[in-house]
Design a protein. Structure first.
Lengths: 41, 162
């Protein structure tokens, strides 16, 4: 398997994981930085 | 039986997602012999488009995968799980100038993040997830610095707007 395909597959898994964890949500990140949401910290 | 979209609107337990992210770090190291990082993907694209690199390299492919994985998540979840707008920014700055003010703040924030990540040799993923997992003292220092700064600034902003 080529390096490119492996990188796309692992990047895809990473993107899916951070989306599922809602790490892409500005409000979630703000709650984390205000120490109100321990999920990300 | 739960539908896939019902499953995806709820975050998995932190120890599950943390383990998945950790395994991706290990997989990148084992298969590509490289350190995981997202900023490197943006750099690779810019360097290729500006003629400073002969090819996009694996980092650009990884970045493409990140976009693809996020899109796949949205498709399976039946839409984005993130609300419209940009969180507290679009709730705080309303009115005719909202687009301009929020746009300028996001642009400034992006420039600062980009500059800081390049200066620190990696972004939150590169230092916070991968570098610390590999025991890099520089990554521990960078992660402690950006987390402490971000927490302090967020508390300062919060005291101003609430």
């Amino acid at each position: 398997m080529s390096v490119r395909l492996v990188a796309i597959a692992l990047g895809g898994l990473f993107g899916f994981a951070i989306s599922w964890g809602q790490f892409t949500d500005p409000d979630r990140i703000r709650e984390m930085l205000l120490l109100e949401d321990a999920y990300l910290t | 039986m739960k539908r896939v979209s019902d499953l995806l609107v709820t975050r998995p337990p932190a120890f599950v997602l943390g383990a998945v992210l950790g395994l991706i770090v290990v997989a990148v190291l084992a298969t590509l012999n490289q350190r995981l990082g997202v900023l490197g993907g943006y750099s690779a694209v810019v360097e290729r488009l500006s003629g400073r690199a002969p090819s996009f390299g694996w980092r650009a492919s990884f970045l493409l995968g990140v976009f693809g994985g996020s899109l796949l998540f949205s498709a399976l979840a039946g839409g984005s799980t993130v609300g419209a707008g940009y969180g507290w920014l679009t709730r705080t700055f309303t009115g005719d100038w909202q687009v301009l003010v929020v746009g300028v703040l996001l642009l400034l924030g992006g420039v600062l993040i980009g500059y800081g990540a390049k200066a620190a040799g990696g972004c939150t993923s590169g230092n916070g997830i991968c570098g610390t997992a590999l025991g890099s003292p520089a990554s521990f220092a960078a992660t402690a610095t950006f987390m402490a700064t971000a927490i302090a600034v967020t508390f300062a902003i919060d005291s101003l707007i609430t």
